[in-house]
Design a protein around this ligand. Structure first.
Ligand code: KIV
Length: 258
């Protein structure tokens, strides 16, 4: 197991894990200085391409973004989100994960699902590919509106089965998305690998959010999204200044000319 992954697993019950998304080098560089895990998430489909579903994201898009992100990541663990229809069976999952690792030098891949994908996780791990799981609301398979899960007995039993299946088959961690607090707390205490929550309460071993959301670059109104800054406003004021200086011929002065 690679050193960085061991370090992340050791954080369980000691120090919270910080995970954020990045889709390109410049943001990756900033995130890398603070995060334990940088995730090239297929959320880029909605954030950058306005897709109404992550199912439209394909492998070549993910590869190009991950190559850019790799240039900005030095110390964090770099995780590549396998997009929809790239891990339908063991050989497809292995072929595409190997391609992702070879071309982008990512450290691990993420797959959505629990019991349903346990044989795939097992196959990847046996072939030395570290896997981060993802259960709860899984955007590649969700139909209709996003809602939290884990309130009913059936749902909570299924989530616990999913988490245990991923742990048993060698995942090094699990993203818990939109899961009712009591159940994410229970899952976190039942398994030995870390849980990383997104809308799954403070009880998880770490938290992940979409960087563009926390920066205020998206219009996201999802309950769990906290906007830490309105970076759009700051960018807007810089662009407005540039525009004014161009119009008034204040830019470029001699300093900026040859
Ligand atoms: O695609 C993504 O960015 C994700 C995280 C939000 C967990 O799956």
């Amino acid at each position: 197991m690679i050193k960085k992954i061991k370090k992340i697993i050791k954080k369980k019950n000691k120090s919270k894990i910080v995970c954020l998304t990045a889709y390109s080098k410049n943001i990756a560089e900033i995130v890398d200085a603070h995060a334990d895990i940088v995730l090239v998430g297929d959320s880029l489909g909605s954030v950058l391409y306005n897709y109404n579903t992550t199912r439209k994201v394909n492998l070549s898009m993910m590869l190009e973004h991950a190559k850019s992100v790799r240039m900005g990541v030095r110390s964090s663990l770099l995780v590549f989100d396998l997009p929809f229809n790239t891990y339908r069976n063991k050989s497809e999952a292995l072929k595409n994960s190997k391609k992702a690792i070879k071309e982008t030098k990512c450290d691990a891949v993420k797959v959505e699902g629990g019991v349903r994908v346990q044989h795939i996780v097992n196959h990847l791990v046996k072939n030395k590919i570290p896997v981060l799981g993802h259960i709860g609301i899984t955007p590649q398979t969700v139909r209709g509106k996003f809602k939290s899960v884990g309130k009913t007995e059936n749902e909570s039993k299924k989530l616990i089965r999913d988490a245990r299946a991923l742990e048993k088959n060698g995942a090094f961690g699990i993203v818990l998305e939109c899961i009712y607090s009591d159940i994410s707390k229970k899952i976190t205490s039942l398994i030995k690998i870390p849980t990383i929550g997104i809308g799954a309460s403070v009880h998880c071993d770490g938290q992940v959010l979409v960087t563009d959301d926390i920066l205020g670059l998206t219009a996201s109104k999802i309950k769990f999204v906290k906007k830490y800054i309105n970076i759009k406003k700051i960018i807007n004021s810089a662009i407005l200044k540039f525009k004014k200086e161009v119009k008034s011929k204040k830019y470029p002065t001699k300093k900026y000319s040859y």
